[in-house]
Design a protein around this ligand. Sequence first.
Ligand code: BES
Ligand code: MN
Ligand code: ZN
Length: 466
Amino acid sequence: MKLRIVSEPPAGSWTTLKFICKDERASLVPPPSDAEFSGDVGALLSERAASTLYAGLGESAKLDDAAIRETAGAAALALRKRGKRKVLLLLNEHPKYVASAVEGFVLGAYRFETFRPKKTEPVAELVVVVAKKDLADAKKAAEHGLILAEAANAARDLANSPGNLLYPKTLAAAAKTVAAQCGLKCRVLDEKELKLRKFGGILAVGSGSSRGPRLIELIHAGGPKGQAPLVLVGKAITFDTGGISIKPAGNMEEMIFDMCGGAAVLGAMQAIARLSVRRNVVGILAAAENMPSGTAYRPGDIVTMHNKVNVEIVNTDAEGRMVLGDALSWARSEHKAARIINLATLTGACGVALGDSAAGLWSNDDAFQADVVRAAAESGERVWPMPIFPEHIERIRSDVAQIKNSGGRLGGACTAAAFLKVFVEKTPWVHLDIAYTAHCSSDKHGLASGATGFGVRTLVRLASGG
Ligand code: BES
Ligand code: MN
Ligand code: ZN
């Protein structure tokens, strides 16, 4: 999408987008009824004139970045469906919300239509109008919002890609392309190298597929040489059948989204590079396809992980923690991580606990947790702190090995977190379970159905912060 910031509206035929607070509706002539236009966040009124779209911002007293972002998204989604190609966004009265408006608009204008017979036309050009005195600041803010949203959309493109086309090797190729475009170092460990370095978890999960696993690394050297990096780790199961502990058929197609954690890390690294964040940041994607076959790992197996911990496999569908355990160990041993954050579509249980409007958050470090919570709040991505009790650790104790890979149904999201914690030891760490926030089945909150890009903007803000 072409983006321009101006102080004088350009000539030509444009669809004008005007934001209006709920309590300012009376200024429209004639004032709309509640039924016509509530003025709530995300509400739209377009019947007045073909070339103008009013979008609600809720009560003016409660106006914030989240409201602007969501409304801009809802408007963009609607404009795209109506085939509007050129949009003029009037922000003269809200100059401090330019970044969020652009961020929300670009997120909202996204739809995954690569394989659809009838495609909608994407919005081609967005022109934001601000007062002359705000022009310079607005340009910077808009660029920032654009970079964040484009990174999230890049993650959504990968996440929406089907499992027959996107598998560990093609994901690695996509990562190499991104790295080359934005100046990141990229290293891919293939099966041979994974064996050499004893990545037992990733190899076990990948062993059932004819398409082998990969560990994909992206390195942003934005800080001083030798500065211990912030490491972002993503679960990238390109398709999760459950393996030998196979999943029921219903909704199994949604398991193409089991690489959303990895996609979020890749998207975030893209933005971190484009913004020249002044810190060393490493992104790691643990990529494998979880398939049942004659070569698949099986319940009862004992797998020696990268950090030498022996794991009893009781359920091959608890594969995310197996690939992550190795990647977390690698973040410590190879990269000497200062802090590690991992994102994973890890457990159905997280959705049972929190629903689909918040990611679960687990941590072993209060200060790091507070930074993540702040970055998530700024991004409008809701996260909610969850516990690891001694009883959760007890539930994954194994009689034949050190730990087992499932603690059963009770506290399933917490026992999964307890498993991961074994692999970070004392390194400050946050785990986000994005199982039910990473994708949605219908358009909502200013985002089209499919992958949401959840986590990308939080990760970038986290990496950019103090
Ligand atoms: N990828 C799934 C988790 C998932 C389920 C994400 C539903 C999104 C929607 C994960 O690999 C998994 O299968 N987890 C199991 C763990 C269990 C076997 C301990 C689960 O949640 O049932
Ligand atoms: Mn699984
Ligand atoms: Zn999975």
